[in-house]
Design a protein around this ligand. Structure first.
Ligand SMILES: [Zn+2]
Length: 435
């Protein structure tokens, strides 16, 4: 049977069950239960209409996940030895590139925004006093992601990246938005947040994380916390000259976190330090030691005794600062319970490189509105139309992400098979350019 036929069957059977779930207001809670497409009246066909995916737990559906569906997906990743790429996005264009890449690789994806990225999403011309631009920008990105993730038919975890102590009002604002959304939808607006208090003493780090986890667990949200220090520099935090031993987390500390958070909720993950560095630097400065994660899992499992999970991997780990790492180190870390790997630097480059190559290819057509090598009166509109260079950036990013999905063993996870090329695409008025 051809893959496309199998897919058509899947979609048809899913559609048969879809209408009951599509738009429903629970008479008991007055909560809206269902898809964003049903709420907004956007079309929901093919992948969008799927209730679940052939190869994933039943709770996992197209669109943004939270609560049980999110945990089922993350546990599926841990059990099956893959990690989900978590890509930092700053515009709807970068979010769309992620969704396109996820569908192409038949995989889930994590879309995340930093505070700076959230502010940029809202627009750098907007005043950011009290983080209002960063809050509004992230909320706007959340609604875009919720709407479009369903259209691409992929499961998405919607996350925010590093939130240091001074940025807590930003996440407070986002949690308020999720609490409000929960009242009418029975789910949070975001799936998860990272609280990064690795700069603070460990006691304070844990105490504040406990408070946030209490608030988030009521909404079915996951908390990612950071322990130890990720080297390098990102979002204005510079750890490039910290002493080497601070760049490696200790099993005792990870256990301390596990013990403090588990009684509140099991919906947390730990970004532990094992020699990872933000950004791309010349190799050889800091050595990646994935075995630190293995030692921590073994240490905690021994402490837990009979209560340890069967896989002896009680902790969900997150890999920050993996750009430029050896694939063998990445895959070794996945074997020790890494379920998410952050990707920022490499997709920043791929997005820019797409624009750079576009400019190189069409340079002589991009110097003035009129006049190019084909003649002094020839218009250049179709070359400088911003859709052209932005699409080139997206295409190059989708290509780069395919490599990430491969490195993280996160390909062909959903079971939908290959995607057919998009049809009926509107191009610039005079037709799109080959990129
Ligand atoms: Zn990070």
């Amino acid at each position: 049977m051809k893959l496309t036929f199998v897919f058509a069957l899947l979609a048809a059977s899913a559609q048969a069950f879809a209408p009951q779930r599509a738009a429903r207001i629970s008479p008991l809670t007055q909560q809206f239960e269902g898809r964003t497409s049903a709420e907004l009246g956007t079309p929901c066909e093919d992948e969008c209409a799927l209730e679940s995916f052939p190869n994933l737990p039943e709770s996992v559906h197209p669109g943004v996940l939270s609560g049980k569906a999110m945990m089922d997906l993350l546990n599926h990743a841990k059990e099956n030895g893959y990690a989900i790429p978590a890509v930092n996005c700053v515009t709807s264009s970068s979010i769309n590139a992620c969704l396109e890449a996820a569908r192409k690789n038949d995989s889930p994806i994590i879309i995340q925004l930093s505070s700076g990225g959230s502010q940029f999403y809202g627009g750098k011309g907007l005043d950011n006093s009290n983080y209002r631009a960063a809050i509004a920008g992230a909320v706007s990105a959340a609604f875009h992601t919720r709407t479009m993730a369903e259209q691409y038919g992929v499961p998405v975890i919607l996350h925010t990246d590093h939130c240091a102590k001074k940025l807590l009002p930003w996440v407070d604002g986002l949690l308020s938005a999720s609490e409000r959304y929960f009242k009418t939808h029975g789910e949070p607006l975001f799936s998860s947040h990272m609280i990064d208090l690795s700069e603070e003493p460990i006691e304070e780090n844990i105490e504040i994380c406990q408070e946030y986890l209490k608030r988030m667990s009521k909404l079915g949200m996951l908390l990612e916390m950071e322990l130890g220090i990720t080297g390098g520099e990102e979002d204005g935090v510079d750890n490039s000259d910290r002493p080497i031993d601070e760049l490696y987390s200790k099993p005792e500390e990870i256990y301390q976190v596990y013990e403090a958070l588990t009684p509140i909720s099991d919906m947390f993950s730990v970004a532990a330090a094992f020699g990872n560095v933000h950004g791309v630097y010349s190799p050889g400065n800091v050595k990646l030691e994935p075995k630190i994660l293995d030692r921590a899992q073994t240490y905690i499992s021994e402490k837990l005794g009979d209560k340890a999970p069967a896989d002896k991997k009680p902790v969900m780990f997150v890999f920050h600062g993996g750009s430029g790492s050896d694939v063998s180190d990445i895959q070794e870390a996945i074997g020790y319970g890494v379920i998410k790997m952050n990707i920022d630097t490499d997709t920043q480059w791929s997005y820019w490189e797409g624009i750079k190559n576009f400019e190189e290819k069409y340079h002589d057509y991009l110097q003035s509105q009129i006049g190019n090598p084909d003649g002094p009166d020839k218009p250049n509109k179709k070359y400088y139309d911003p859709r052209e260079c932005l699409r080139a950036a997206e295409v190059n990013t989708v290509k780069r992400l395919e490599m990430s999905f491969g490195d993280l063993k996160c390909k062909n996870i959903l079971g939908l098979g290959e995607v057919s090329d998009a049809k009926n695409i509107l191009g610039p008025r005079r037709g799109g350019l080959p990129v």
